[in-house]
Structure formats: structure tokens, C-alpha cells
Design a protein around this ligand. Structure first.
Ligand SMILES: [Zn+2]
Length: 466
């Protein structure tokens, strides 16, 4: 028995045939909760950071679970851009009535230093309420859940009406070998699907009780611009008003004071509608007011003051890097600032560039677009998807609102949307929004949330393929 392992880099394709026996045997526990626990613990304890490079070892470990559960070798693929940047794609075959559903999660994590943490970040620690470790939330919870659920489907004899594909990938957080991009480009046949479920959506807790279950439908797009001021300079003992640093500073303050116009897509309209339903008092009224035309000034002003809400309303621009001058005793000959823009989905970077030029309003300054993410559009909020999420949410957490959202940061969802696969960030992982710890110290996840999400994602995939 051989397992096909494929890696390619810069057009060179390397096929390694590794004896399947290399994958150490796993024994599938009969208890569902134990099954998830063992997979989760194993995954947390692989150091899948940029510096430790254990991604391929981790995906081989997950492949060993699929193998132990009886998946055929041809249905478990391992490959990636580099030998240590492995991805695994496993397939549960269905009746083929519909195109497949893809359950995707990244297995790489951001760095975590032992001395920065109270606990070893690469040991699954626990107390009564929480599991602790790098990746317990982002994104090894979903990766472990999808792996365990595919095994449960098979064990339970479930025959879906479409293939259910689990894709566990590398380099979502950082590194130039993004697994989703690599799979889409190099193994498009493996990644054909009618829709995908990904990270990016969470359940929101209020006083420990479920309030809303979010679905990430869209993402803002990262773009980088540069503003440069130039000047002949001179001796600093003879200062003049014209000065590259002052000119640049003025331009940046204009950018600070400028608000891009409010633009609400359909997703955000539904989201704000539901926000108005789950909030109370002035806040509920303010969210409701966002749907009026024109939006009442007071409501818009109050909500725009909150960074997290302001970022949902409009494209934002902020100075993030600065460089200027060449000597402490010379008038600066140049000053350069990087302005990071998070564009609403569907925005055109060239239109943003024209806006920035207009805002800076100084023809002697140069404003250029330095590049960024590709334009992606929101996934359609279909009745099939929304209906499934709503019915499973209602069954598990009665009275909890399902809320579509747009992420202000980036996930692999945008890459899938660009490839034409509608992708939805939904996890049923309930977290305290004010204490998420993603990428931070002592990352953790409520035990109850992990096991409830396990059940939620099982029922959701079942519902979407029944
Ligand atoms: Zn993530």
C-alpha cells in the first residue's frame, strides 16, 4: 500500500511514494467525544508555526486518522508547495446528486513563545472550563472537528447526496505557500465544490449565554498605498515652510479626518437589521437607523465612533509606516508613509487611489497603489445555506439569532470566492467577543463550545448533504 504524496514548487512537481505504514497507526475510539479530544490534542501539539515547520507532519497525522477509519488511499491526498507545507484533502464519497461541499480549515498557527505564555502553548492544557494552547480556537478546533466528523459520517454509514471534502491546509497565517491557493491551482479537481464552510464566523456569548451565531459571507480587501513628499532640502539651520516631513504630515492628517462613504451591501443590511433586533435601547435604534435613507446623522455618528462597527460601514484608510529625512542636520529631501486600506468587497483599488489623491489635495505629493488582495465579492446568501444554519442553530440554541457578517480581516474564504466557490464562515463555536485571544497569549476555547460546535457542524454538513 502506498500513499501518494505530491509536492511542487515553481513548476517542479515532485511525487514521493511513501509506504502508508510510515503513518503511525491510530485507533479510532468508540466514543465520539473521545475521538474529537484525541484528534484535537494531537493537532494542538504539532508545532505548525512558520519557524517550526511541522505542517506536513501534522497533515500526515490527520491522514493517519482517515486511514484508520477506513478511507481509501485514493480518497486521501497529501501535497503542497514545499515539502514542509503539506495540505491534506480527504473525501467521503456521496451519491453525487449534487456537487461536493468542502469543509476547510487551516492547520498552521501564528508563533507562540513559551515565555510569553502562562502555559506551554504546544501542550493541550485544560482547567474546568477551557482548553488552552496555540490554535485551540484559530483554527485547529475546526480542523479537528471536520476530521472527526468525516470519520463519524463514515462510521455511522451516512451516504450524503454529495461528496463531503475535508481540506486541511498550510500557510493561512503567514508564509508564501498558501495551501488553498496551491490546491486551487495545482489540484483543481480536488477542490471542485458547490460551496465551502470555513472559519470566520463565531457564536457570540452574552453573560455566558448564546446571543447570535454569525456567518461570514464577505471579507474586506487588504490594499497598500504609499504617499511620498519630496523637497530639494538644504541645511537645517535655515528652515523653510516647505518641508517634505511637514507636507507628508499634513497629507496624513487629511487622510485621518476623511471618512469614506457608507456603503451597505445586502449582507450588511441583513446583519444590521439583526443587530437592531438583539440590541436594546439607543443602540438598537441606531442599528435600525442604518437601514434608513438617508441615515440619520446622530445614529451614524454614534456607531462610527466604534472602530469595529465603523469598519463594517465603509472602506477605511490608516497610516501604518513612516520613513523620512536623511540626516539630523539636514532638511528632509523625502518623506514616505504607507497607508493601509481595507476596502469593502467589490471595491476598485484605482477608485480608492483617485479618492486618496483628492483627499491629499497636494499635486506635489505622489500617491501610488502598491498592491494588495484581489477583489472578491460576497457569497450569495442562499436559502439553502441560511435555512440550514438557521434550523440547526434553532435546534441547538433556541432563540439564537443567525447573523451574516463581513470580516474586516482576511481568511482563506476570499481565495475560494475568487475561485468561484461560495464560501461561508460558520463554526457554531461560541466565544466571548471581548476575550477572543486569537493570535494572542494563552489562547483558549470553552470546552462546552468545542463539543457543541462538533455537534453543530456535524448536523450542518448532514443537513446540507441530505
Ligand atoms: Zn484562522
Amino acid at each position: 500500500m502506498f500513499k501518494k504524496i505530491l509536492f511542487s514548487n515553481l513548476g517542479i512537481v515532485l511525487i514521493l511514494l511513501t509506504p502508508a505504514a510510515v503513518l503511525a497507526q491510530r485507533t479510532i475510539p468508540s466514543d465520539d467525544q473521545q475521538l474529537l479530544y484525541e484528534i484535537y490534542k494531537e493537532l494542538i501539539e504539532y508545532k505548525t508555526t512558520m519557524s517550526e515547520k511541522n505542517n506536513t507532519i501534522a497533515v500526515e497525522g490527520m491522514a493517519a486518522w482517515f486511514q484508520a477509519a477506513g478511507f481509501e488511499d485514493e480518497d486521501v491526498f497529501i501535497g503542497g508547495a514545499l515539502p514542509h507545507k503539506g495540505n491534506v484533502v480527504a473525501r467521503l464519497r456521496g451519491s453525487g446528486v449534487h456537487d461536493p461541499i468542502i469543509l476547510m480549515a487551516h492547520i498552521d498557527v501564528v508563533e507562540a513563545e513559551r515565555e510569553d505564555w502562562n502555559l506551554d502553548p504546544f501542550v493541550l492544557n485544560e482547567d474546568e472550563e477551557f482548553y488552552y494552547g496555540r490554535g485551540t480556537l484559530d483554527d485547529k478546533a475546526m480542523a479537528a472537528i471536520f476530521t472527526a466528523n468525516l470519520i463519524r459520517f463514515k462510521r455511522n454509514g451516512f451516504v450524503p447526496n454529495r461528496d463531503i471534502i475535508v481540506a486541511l491546509t498550510s500557510d493561512e497565517e503567514s508564509g508564501g505557500s498558501n495551501g488553498i491557493n496551491w490546491l486551487l491551482e495545482n489540484q483543481p479537481g480536488l477542490m471542485q465544490g458547490a460551496l465551502a464552510i470555513n472559519e470566520g464566523g463565531y457564536g457570540l456569548l452574552q453573560n455566558g449565554e448564546p446571543l447570535a451565531n454569525t456567518i461570514q459571507i464577505a471579507e474586506k480587501i487588504f490594499a497598500t498605498f504609499q504617499v511620498t513628499a519630496r523637497n530639494p532640502g538644504g541645511h537645517s539651520s535655515l528652515p523653510r515652510d516647505d518641508n517634505a516631513i511637514y507636507d507628508l504630515a499634513e497629507a496624513l492628517l487629511k487622510i485621518r479626518d476623511f471618512d469614506f462613504p457608507v456603503e451597505l451591501n445586502d449582507v450588511m443590511r441583513i446583519s444590521f437589521q439583526r443587530q437592531s433586533e438583539i440590541n436594546t435601547g439607543q443602540r438598537a435604534e441606531d442599528f435600525g437607523a442604518l437601514l434608513q435613507e438617508p441615515i440619520p446623522e446622530g445614529s451614524l455618528e454614534r456607531l462610527s465612533r466604534e472602530a469595529a462597527i465603523n469598519a463594517q460601514l465603509r472602506t477605511t484608510a490608516v497610516a501604518t509606516l513612516l520613513d523620512g529625512g536623511h540626516a539630523s542636520n539636514a532638511l528632509p529631501q523625502s518623506a514616505v508613509a504607507t497607508v493601509n486600506v481595507r476596502m469593502l468587497p467589490g471595491s476598485d483599488p484605482q477608485a480608492v487611489l483617485r479618492t486618496l489623491v483628492r483627499v491629499v489635495d497636494n499635486p506635489s505629493l505622489e500617491v501610488v497603489y502598491r498592491g494588495g488582495g484581489r477583489v472578491s465579492h460576497p457569497s450569495p446568501l442562499t436559502e439553502e445555506l441560511l435555512g440550514a444554519v438557521e434550523s440547526v442553530t434553532e435546534a441547538m440554541w433556541p432563540g439564537t439569532t443567525v447573523m451574516p457578517t463581513m470580516s474586516t480581516g482576511a481568511t482563506d474564504g476570499a481565495k475560494m470566492r475568487i475561485a468561484g466557490i461560495p464560501t461561508y464562515g460558520v463554526s457554531g463555536l461560541f466565544v466571548d467577543r471581548n476575550d477572543m485571544r486569537i493570535h494572542g497569549q494563552d489562547e483558549r476555547l470553552r470546552k462546552k463550545s468545542l463539543y457543541e460546535s462538533y455537534e453543530f457542524l456535524y448536523r450542518l454538513a448532514e443537513n446540507l448533504s441530505n
